[in-house]
Structures are given as C-alpha cells and as structure tokens.
Design a protein around this ligand. Structure first.
Ligand code: SIN
Length: 524
C-alpha cells in the first residue's frame, strides 16, 4: 500500500495514540499550535478507568458510566468503551506501558467519584498523564512516519467537493501554509480556557470546535461542560488541580470551620458525581466562603501525590494544616464534533478524537478517568478506520506531501474584545449554574461582538491572537445557544430556572449545531 498523509491537529494523548497506530502504514503529520506539551494530557493526574480486576466487570463500568452521564450517553459507544478498553489497554501494557502495582504485582487501583468499584489505574501516583505521554512520544520518536510541527496554528480546514482535504496553518511569523491530505483528524481538546478558572492548558480554547463548525461539520451536546469541583486556588488564582483521587483515598471537603460539607447531600458524600459536588462548593464560593480539602486521613500525602504536593508548594500553600483551598473550574467538554464510533465526523475525510469529539460515551457528565480510556479506544478505532479507507484510494487520487504557501495578506479585522473580557462574560453566564436571563445576555453580547460573523469570515489574513479570540467567540456563542435551548437540568448542565431533568421533553434528545452550506466561509 502507498503511504498517504494523515494530518492530525493537536498533540495530546488521542493524537499520539492515533499516530502510533497509523505509523508504519501511513505518513502522519502532527501540527500543534504551541509546543507539543501544551495540552491537557500532560496534566492528567487522575488515571485511566478500566475493569481490569476480577471483582469488577465491563458491565459494572458500563452502568456507572451511564449513571454519571444521566442517561444521555450513547449506549453502544459506552459498551465499546468499557469492553474494548480492557482489551486495548492490556495490549498496551503488554507492549510496555506500565501502571502502579503493589509489591505482589497487583495493580494499585484507585477510586474516584461515582465509580462503584476501585478501577482507576495510575502511573507514578498522580503523574499518569506525564508517564503515558512520555511513553507515547518515545514510541512516536522511533517512527520515521511521524513528523511533529510545533508552533504551527491550524487556522482553517480545507474542503473540496464536499470533503475535507487538509488544513491551512499559520506559523509564528504569520506565514500561511496549506497542507493537503486524504484524512484530517481534529484532536485539539475541549475549551476550558473560555472560563476564568480552569484545569486546562492555556492553549485550550475550542479551536477544533470552531474550525469544524466553519467547515460545515455537525457539533453536538455543547451545553454539557464539566466543572471539576476541586481546582487549587490561592488568592483567586488557579494553581492547578487537586485530583478526585485524593477524595478517593479519604480526603474530605470541609468549610472554614472544618465541618464536612457533603454529609447528608448525597449517599456517596465526597465522591458524589462531579456536578453535584461542584454545585455545593459553588454555593460557598458565592457567599465568599472558602472550602478546603482536608487531607488528614491520607498517610504520606507527599509520596502518594507528588505532583499535587508540588503545585501547592509552588503556589505557596502550606500543607502543615493538612488542608488545600479549592473551588470549581471548567474541566472537560462532553460535547464536541459529532462522530460515529470510528471517529468519523459528518464531513467526509474529517475525523475527531479525544475531547474534541462527541462520541456519546460521556453523556451529560463524564465519569472520572474515562477520558484517557476514550482517547485510547476511539483514537485507535479512528486509525483503524482510516487504514481501511486508505486501501480504497486509487492511484489517480494520490496526493501526498502536497503543500502550498502564500503571503500573509492584510485584511480588515473587526475590533475584538480582550481575552479577559470574553472569559469574564462566559464565566458569569455559562458557569456551574445557568439561567435564561444570564444565557440570553451572553448570547446578545456575543452577537454584538459579531460571533456569528466569525463562522464564515475569511480570517487567513488575521494574526494568530485575533484568530484565537475569534474561535473563542464562536465556540462560546454555539455553547450559549445550546445551553439556552435545553430547558432542563441534566448532569453538568444545571439551570436554576429548570432545576430538574425533563424526561418527556429532553431525555435522549441531542442538540445539533451545524452551519448551513450557503454560509460556509468565503475563500480568497
Ligand atoms: C482528577 O484526577 O480528578 C481528574 C481526572 C479526570 O477528570 O478524569
């Protein structure tokens, strides 16, 4: 078989899993907007959930995932996740990826919110992301089929004849480059940095969602954004994440006086689903009261959670009193670019994987540590599907390694609000608690800023920062409209004006956002 190019936008876990699967059979070019470690995967403290213990089963994992997802999940996709997850993970382990074990060689399985069993594998305690990414990058470095281009911002997806045919990128100096490929994969993560407080890397602003929408691909479930209850905050600034694994090992959320705040709220107390814990803490934040994670029950905290210990140390938080100040922040987007279980979007030739994709596995609220498993299962499935599709390419269609460059054209750029202003407006209205008034006011503000225009304007002549802010406005506008439309509360989408799930009007209903073909962006 001839080697055809595959382009991957983004350099996180899902990108690397797909690239490693494709290497040897196809050429893969990975484009990252900043450096390759500017992504959330490197930060993953929680581990990878899989029913590997003999007291567990994929079925138990399946039902916990559906329960956390408030029945909004795609049952078929969840079934693939939990079953194939175990097989694929074991294959990785056999190939050399290692996870923490006890002295007898049994996995040290962790517990996190809404899991009915201990089933989270970790590597290096709270350094699972770093370890897995190092393993994947080391593997990728051995292959001459994988090339990584850093600081090359993907600006636009190219389409020809109703198919995605590659991407346009912009280098740091403003040089514009077109790259053609038979297959393009979006792996740009979610959109946590639309909010003031987030666990995400500073580069994660919804680029993939905005690009897919502009290219005409369907998006879904954008109203479901998970807020992690326990970001570490010091003087109003986020220092990092305090993994749920800490609560899994016995830490307790308390008020300023040391009283437990989750007692009597939910049978799982501190390990209740994330949306519930986040709302309780948000109530304290609104009253300007600080909530703490009391880590007294954990022996050897420093050895067991070295990364979190260091975050606290760097932020000047003393752990002498055994408490970490916490508050909720944007963490994970359950919705995204609509895909089937092979990562295929509604635009032929375009795939989406990882947090960028809406595979349906997470429903309205992701079960903790299911995202690395999703990245593993669905990125491999996407790669496998591409390998099958590539077999069908005829010699006449081959167009590998083609790329073109053009001069940076100057063009009129509309005035754009600052990043800070965008984040502040979004945080007020699309946060842990929403209502019609707040959402309408955000929608109106985004309209005034020309959010809709950002769906089809030709932006190749804009500078990188302007393109990013344009993506932020567009992504937030799509999310606000979906949040306004869903007049119920379900999982992470909580509306004070519709505080209950509406089984009749909304259960099983997906909100889709898709640009009409006549509005597709104007090309120079
Ligand atoms: C955590 O460690 O709490 C985050 C892991 C996850 O979001 O799955």
């Amino acid at each position: 078989m001839k080697k055809h190019d595959v382009i991957i936008i983004g350099g996180g876990m899902s990108a690397l899993v797909a690239a490693n699967k494709l290497a040897g059979k196809m050429n893969v070019k990975i484009f990252t907007k900043k450096l390759k470690n500017n992504c959330n995967s490197w930060r993953a403290q929680g581990g990878i959930a899989a029913a590997v213990h003999n007291n567990d089963s994929p079925f138990h994992h399946y039902s916990d995932t559906l329960k956390a997802g408030c029945l909004h999940n795609d049952h078929g996709a969840v079934s693939l996740l939990v079953k194939e997850g175990v097989t694929r993970l074991n294959r990785w382990i056999a190939a050399g990826m290692s996870f923490d074990t006890d002295s007898s060689g049994s996995y040290l399985l962790g517990m996190e919110g809404a899991h009915g069993k201990r089933r989270i594998l970790h590597a290096g305690g709270d350094q699972t992301g770093v370890r897995m990414m190092q393993y994947l990058y080391d593997k990728a470095a051995l292959s001459s089929d994988i090339q990584i281009y850093e600081n090359e911002q993907a600006v636009e997806l190219l389409s020809e004849g109703g198919k995605c045919s590659g991407i346009i990128t912009k280098g740091t100096g403003g040089r514009i480059c077109g790259h053609r490929a038979h297959f393009t994969i979006l792996a740009t993560g979610g959109c946590g940095v639309l909010f003031q407080q987030t666990s995400n890397d500073t580069s994660i602003i919804g680029d993939g969602i905005a690009m897919a929408y502009r290219a005409g691909a369907a998006l879904s479930d954008l109203e479901f954004l998970q807020f992690h209850p326990t970001l570490i905050v010091q003087n109003g600034k986020t220092a990092g994440l305090a993994s749920e694994a800490i609560r899994g090992e016995g830490a307790i959320l308390t008020d300023e006086k040391g009283c437990p705040i989750m007692k009597g709220v939910h049978p799982l107390k501190d390990l209740a689903p994330r949306d519930i814990v986040a709302r309780v803490i948000e109530g304290y934040v609104r009253q300007k009261k600080q909530v703490y994670l009391d880590i007294t029950p954990i022996n050897n905290f420093r050895e067991r959670f070295p990364a979190i210990y260091k975050i606290c140390q760097d932020a000047g938080i003393s752990l002498d009193s055994n408490r970490i100040p916490v508050s909720p922040g944007a963490h994970f987007l359950m919705g995204g670019v609509l895909t089937d279980t092979f990562g295929r979007t509604t635009l032929p030739g375009l795939y989406a994987i990882g947090e960028t994709a809406r595979t349906g596995v997470h429903g309205a609220n992701r079960l903790a540590s299911n995202s690395l498993l999703e990245a593993l299962v669905f990125s491999e499935r996407a790669a496998e599907s591409i390998l099958i599709e590539a077999e069908k390419i005829t010699p006449a269609q081959i167009r590998h390694n083609q790329h073109f460059e053009k001069q940076n054209t100057s063009c009129k750029v509309p005035a754009l609000p600052s990043r800070k202003e965008i984040q502040s407006k979004i945080t007020v209205s699309l946060g842990v608690e929403r209502n019609e008034e707040k959402l309408k006011s955000l929608e109106a503000w985004l309209q005034e800023q020309g959010a809709e225009y950002h769906a089809y304007a030709d932006r190749t002549g804009w500078n990188r920062e302007k393109i990013e802010r344009s993506n932020m406005l567009l992504t937030a506008w799509l999310m606000a409209r979906s949040a306004l439309e869903r007049t119920e509360s379900r999982g992470a989408h909580y509306r004070t004006d519709f505080p209950k799930p509406d089984q009749y009007a909304w259960q099983g209903k997906q909100i889709i956002r898709q640009l009409q073909p006549e509005r597709l962006p104007v090309k120079n």
